[in-house]
Design a protein. Structure first.
Length: 279
């Protein structure tokens, strides 16, 4: 049962949750054949209710492998949002100019590639490179969903990107391995270049201690410190494939530990407005 608790921390006006997913309604948008998992229905109305409880005004819907490259459920939610939502799509090699233009007109501003093992593993790297070149022309960005081990493995590829590249969930570093683990150190170094961004989402994913996920705080705080103008925040609602399903109010209440008020204004409001083109 969904929590009804409101967070103690009051989010600033214009806060954007840059990492949410939409599943359903399944009678209109059924799960793709061969999807790696079948989630419960969590539709656009559920998302509106969540953000009303938290005090979130804007959101970015990130397409998941549940729908593969069928982006209709995401586009439907964006169309109903009166300008409050943007999207990050999944694509395949069949997409051409018409498909990209339809996504852009529908509010999409990025393409996501997943490398994590439990969701299909390494993508077609030639497609990744071609897509990066294609969407750079449109002013879009790449979103990368990585296991921590992928960061050193594909560091050379990642350093070749010239368009904005956003790393989901802090790069998924296992909290028990500490700040000095090699994948996290490489991520910090990537963030020294101006096209690299990161989301301080997924505290529940990297935590070893469990709720309220305080062992994720040092990672988020370090990322905000290194790249205050290129860090984003998101809830990752509805939290697919997690060990501990969090109360999103708890995730909001972690934020004051990530940075001071000026830093959080950038992370929650200014940075997403700039990257996603919110007014």
């Amino acid at each position: 049962m969904a929590s009804e608790r409101r967070p103690t921390f009051k989010l600033p006006p214009g806060t954007c949750d840059t990492h949410v997913h939409i599943w359903g309604p399944f009678d209109r948008f059924p799960v793709a054949k061969g999807a790696p998992y079948t989630p419960p229905e969590r539709n656009k109305h559920d998302l509106v209710a969540l953000h009303a409880r938290l005090g979130v005004e804007r959101a970015v819907i990130v397409q998941t492998t549940v729908y593969k490259s069928d982006n209709r459920a995401m586009l439907d939610a964006i169309a109903d949002s009166k300008g409050a939502y943007r999207g990050v799509a999944l694509i395949d090699g069949s997409f051409g100019d018409a498909e990209y233009q339809a996504l852009h007109d529908g509010g999409v501003r990025g393409v996501r590639f997943g490398f994590v093992k439990h969701l299909g593993g390494i993508p077609d790297l030639d497609l990744v490179r071609r897509t990066a070149d294609r969407i750079a022309e449109m002013g879009w960005h790449l979103v990368l969903h990585l296991d921590a081990a992928n960061i050193p493995e594909f560091e050379a590829l990642f350093r070749s990107f010239r368009l904005p590249a956003v790393v989901d969930h802090m790069g998924r570093p296992p909290a028990q391995d500490g700040l000095d683990q090699a994948p996290f150190r490489i991520l910090l170094d990537l963030l020294k270049t101006p096209n690299w961004w990161v989301k301080v989402s997924g505290s529940e994913r990297i935590s070893a201690a469990g709720p309220p996920f305080h062992d994720a705080i040092p990672f988020a705080r370090k990322l905000v410190e290194i790249a205050p103008d290129r860090t984003l925040w998101g809830t990752d609602w509805p939290h697919p494939n997690v060990r501990w399903e969090p109360d999103e109010a708890d995730l909001v209440d972690l934020l004051p530990a990530f940075g001071d008020a000026a830093a959080l204004q950038r992370v929650l409001v200014d940075n997403p407005a700039r990257l996603y083109g919110f007014p």
